[in-house]
Ligand binder design. Structure first.
Ligand SMILES: [Zn+2]
Length: 262
C-alpha cells in the first residue's frame, strides 16, 4: 500500500502512516490506520481513549491537541495557546505557528491535507471532502497562510493523506455539473471529470477531487514537486484504512495529527 513517499509504523497498538519528507522537515505527525480498539468517530464510545493513545504515541500532551468539529465547511481557523482545544465548532481546517501545538483533522474517504512552510514555520491541517473541495478550502488555507503569516506559496509543502480516489468517487449529473461550473475557470474539467458507468439507467461520473485540490494549489503558486501524495485509495485498502464507502454503516474514522516544530 502506498508509494515511496510514506512509511508505516506501530506503537502502543496504534498503526499509522507517515510522510518521509515531512519527518525530514522536522514535523512530527501521522495518519492513523485501522487498529484494534481505536476509532475517532465523533461521540463514539472510544473516541476519547483513542485521542489519548494518539497523543501518547506522538509524545504530545492531550491538552495541546486541537480537534475541530468538522461539518464540511470552508472555515479555516488560526489557533494558538489561548484556543480552547475542543471548542472549534463548524471548522474544517486549522493553522498554527505555535511550537508544541498539535492540530488534527479526521476522515473516512475525505481528503486530509497537511501543509508546512519551513521558512515561516507554519503548519495547517485541513479536511477537504468533495464539499470542502468545491468550497475551495485548500485555496482558502493557503491564502490565510500568506495573509496572516507572510508565507510565500513557493515555500509551502502539501501532503495528501489516504482518501477515496477517482475510480471510486462516483457521482450523479448534479454534482458533476456543479464541479464543471465552479472549476470551469481552470480549463481542466476534462482532466478531473470522467464519464462513468450507467447504473439503473442513469449516467454516472467519476470525479478526481485529489486532482482538483492539486490544480487549486498549483494555481496559487505551490510547486508541483512540493505537493506529495501517498497515492493510497481508502476504498481499495479498506482492510487497513478508514472508509465510509468501503465499510458502510458503522464505519470508523481516522485522524491526521501534526505537531508544530521549534
Ligand atoms: Zn480505490
Amino acid at each position: 500500500m502506498g508509494n515511496d513517499e510514506v512509511i508505516f509504523g506501530e506503537k502502543n497498538g496504534l498503526k499509522y502512516m507517515q510522510f518521509k519528507k515531512l519527518l525530514e522537515l522536522g514535523v512530527n505527525h501521522f495518519y492513523t490506520l485501522k487498529s484494534n480498539g481505536i476509532d475517532f468517530a465523533t461521540g463514539g464510545p472510544i473516541e476519547e481513549k483513542s485521542y489519548q493513545v494518539a497523543a501518547d504515541v506522538l509524545g504530545v500532551s492531550r491538552d495541546k491537541l486541537m480537534i475541530p468539529k468538522q461539518t464540511h465547511t470552508d472555515c479555516v481557523k488560526c489557533v494558538d495557546s489561548r484556543t480552547s482545544p475542543n471548542d472549534l465548532k463548524f471548522t474544517d481546517g486549522l493553522i498554527t505557528d505555535v511550537h508544541g501545538l498539535a492540530i488534527s483533522s479526521k476522515n473516512a474517504d475525505c481528503i486530509l491535507l497537511n501543509f508546512y512552510d519551513p521558512v515561516k514555520k507554519v503548519i495547517a491541517n485541513i479536511h477537504s471532502g468533495w464539499r470542502g473541495t468545491y468550497k475551495k478550502i485548500a485555496e482558502k488555507t493557503v491564502i490565510k497562510m500568506i495573509n496572516n503569516y507572510g508565507c510565500n506559496p513557493e515555500d509551502i509543502w502539501c501532503f495528501i493523506n489516504p482518501s477515496i480516489r477517482v475510480d471510486h468517487f462516483e457521482v450523479d449529473t448534479d454534482v458533476m455539473e456543479l464541479g464543471k461550473e465552479i472549476f470551469g475557470f481552470t480549463n481542466r474539467t476534462d482532466d478531473f471529470i470522467q464519464l462513468g458507468r450507467i447504473f439503473e439507467g442513469k449516467q454516472k461520473y467519476n470525479i478526481d477531487t485529489v486532482l482538483i485540490n492539486r490544480i487549486l494549489l498549483e494555481t496559487l503558486g505551490l510547486k508541483p514537486e512540493k505537493i506529495v501524495d501517498c497515492e493510497i485509495c481508502s476504498v481499495c485498502n479498506k482492510d487497513k484504512v478508514a472508509s465510509a464507502r468501503g465499510d458502510g454503516q458503522g464505519y470508523t474514522r481516522a485522524i491526521s495529527i501534526m505537531i508544530m516544530p521549534e
